[in-house]
Ligand binder design. Structure first.
Ligand SMILES: [Zn+2]
Length: 474
């Protein structure tokens, strides 16, 4: 039922350590148990049952969790002395410590032979912990690992350690083996399905979502919306911001030349965070999450946030989406994100509150940026904003944005990408807190001017429609 290795057999969760023969011919009991499998197949309950058995047998049992990823540490029970539970309310076990990888390695080095060291949600430890797991097991420590990351699994496999999946049949058809989980309500309730039933679920969910978008304002009855959904089939649809993929491509290139951010999606133990202030229906949060970031999206428009949440659930993504006003979100905390972005949002704070409130939003956004800040700003020279932000002391344009980033951003370097570059519709500014490896921006193409004015008109029409109906834009 579970993984068993190097001299362990598990039979309904009961451990039977077997002697293994060492190179020098001596015999020693070594145990390294790796529990893998889809969410909801009982890895944690199996782990807890094993730990309870060891404890009942009088062994010293320690349960360790990683303190290196907020997806784990934001859970209130994930503290030393907290209870690790599972779907079966009868089973829980006390967490010994929440620690970083190097501290966990120290515990493994000093663990006594015959004691038990268990790691739940092991994927949040750095991959170099694998060597310490194996070394401890070879000294006779019972090491139990649940849910290793892809890179940890690769390292375990490289040491010829076998992993056996806990598995269940497809919940939907009951015929085939389950290979994936789907989520219908929330990420806490996985349903194990086969590939074929997953495709059916995907198609039905996308069709329902797009139908709801089609029935929503401000483009009711049209296959048209503000942003596309990232990497979702939307043939025949048109978008106000059809340049969303181009904007993401610019950010992707910018990050690739910045050595302080190196995301490895196979190693969630090293977390990089992203926030999009004015996230619309989540294109950029989805794109960043797909590329390995932990993302937060903030937008004041309820149906944008609802759609974004539905896409995240469909894609099994843990994205924090908040329906909140940009200024309120920014000024409510000083916690930092590695990458921040705000696309054409702050000018609405200025239009609806006042000029200074918008300037303050930029200051806070820059302070809350640990590494890279992406700015797109609606200019007061655009038709839609000409008659708004009436208390502005000066025109808000390219020079204004550069000045405010230079004065308040504490950036080591700022890249400027003009409208038209790669097809983007407005200027984009990227501020780096440390110097990027390459200061040049990629080749500028000049097919933008016609596109630019067409795009501006489209944005204008959308904003006017949205404003008439809801009293704000985004
Ligand atoms: Zn099925």
């Amino acid at each position: 039922m579970s993984a068993a290795l190097e001299g362990v057999q598990i039979d309904s969760g009961h451990l039977h350590p077997l002697p293994s023969t060492m190179k020098d011919g001596t015999s020693r009991s070594t145990t390294l148990t790796v529990l893998t499998g889809l969410p909801g197949t009982g890895k944690t309950s199996t782990l807890i049952r094993l730990l309870q058995e060891h404890q009942a047998a009088g062994q010293d049992v320690k349960l360790y969790l990683s303190g290196e990823n907020s997806l784990l540490t934001q859970r209130p029970n994930v503290v030393a002395g907290g209870r690790m539970g599972c779907r079966n309310p009868k089973f829980s076990f006390t967490i010994s410590e929440v620690l970083k990888t190097d501290q966990a390695i120290e515990r493994l080095v000093s663990a006594a032979p015959g004691s038990v060291a268990a790691f739940d949600e092991a994927q949040y430890f750095q991959p170099h912990i694998v060597a310490a797991w194996v070394a401890a097991a070879q000294r006779g420590v019972h090491v139990i690992i649940s849910t290793p990351s892809a890179s940890q699994q690769a390292a375990l496999s490289a040491k010829a350690i076998q992993l056996t999946d806990l598995n269940v049949p497809c919940v939907t058809c009951g015929k085939r083996k389950s290979t994936v989980v789907i989520y219908k309500e929330n990420l806490a309730q996985p349903t194990q399905v086969c590939g074929s039933c997953e495709s059916d679920h995907y198609e039905t969910t996308v069709a329902q979502l797009l139908n709801d978008v089609r029935e929503s304002e401000p483009f009711k009855g049209e296959s048209k919306t503000y942003q596309p959904f990232y990497d979702l089939p939307m043939k025949g649809w048109t978008f106000v911001r059809g340049d969303s993929p181009a904007r993401f491509e610019i950010i992707r290139r910018a990050l690739s030349k910045y050595p302080y951010i190196k995301v490895d999606p196979t190693n969630p133990g090293r977390e990089f965070t992203y926030v999009d202030v004015g996230c619309c229906s989540g294109f950029f949060c989805d794109a960043f999450t797909t590329h390995g970031f932990s993302s937060t999206g903030v937008d004041v428009t309820k149906h944008f946030i609802d759609w974004a949440k539905r896409v995240a659930l469909l894609k099994r993504q843990s994205i924090r989406y908040l329906q909140e006003d940009a200024e309120k979100f920014l000024t409510s905390s000083d916690s930092q994100f590695d990458v921040t972005s705000s696309f054409a949002t702050i000018q609405w704070v200025m239009a609806q509150r006042n000029y200074n409130a918008g300037v303050n939003c930029f200051k806070v956004l820059f302070n809350r940026t640990r590494h890279v800040c992406v700015v797109e700003m609606g200019y007061s020279t655009e038709d839609i904003y000409k008659t708004k932000i009436l208390d502005r002391p000066t025109e808000i344009d390219k020079d204004w944005v550069l000045r405010i980033m230079n004065e308040h951003g504490n950036f080591a370097h700022i890249d400027f990408y003009p409208a038209g570059h790669l097809g983007i519709w407005r200027d984009i500014f990227i501020g780096y807190k440390n110097m990027p490896a390459d200061k040049s921006v990629s080749q500028i193409t000049d097919w933008g001017s016609g596109l630019r004015s067409r795009a501006r008109r489209a944005v204008h029409r959308f904003m006017e429609k949205t404003r008439r109906r809801t009293g704000h834009g985004s």
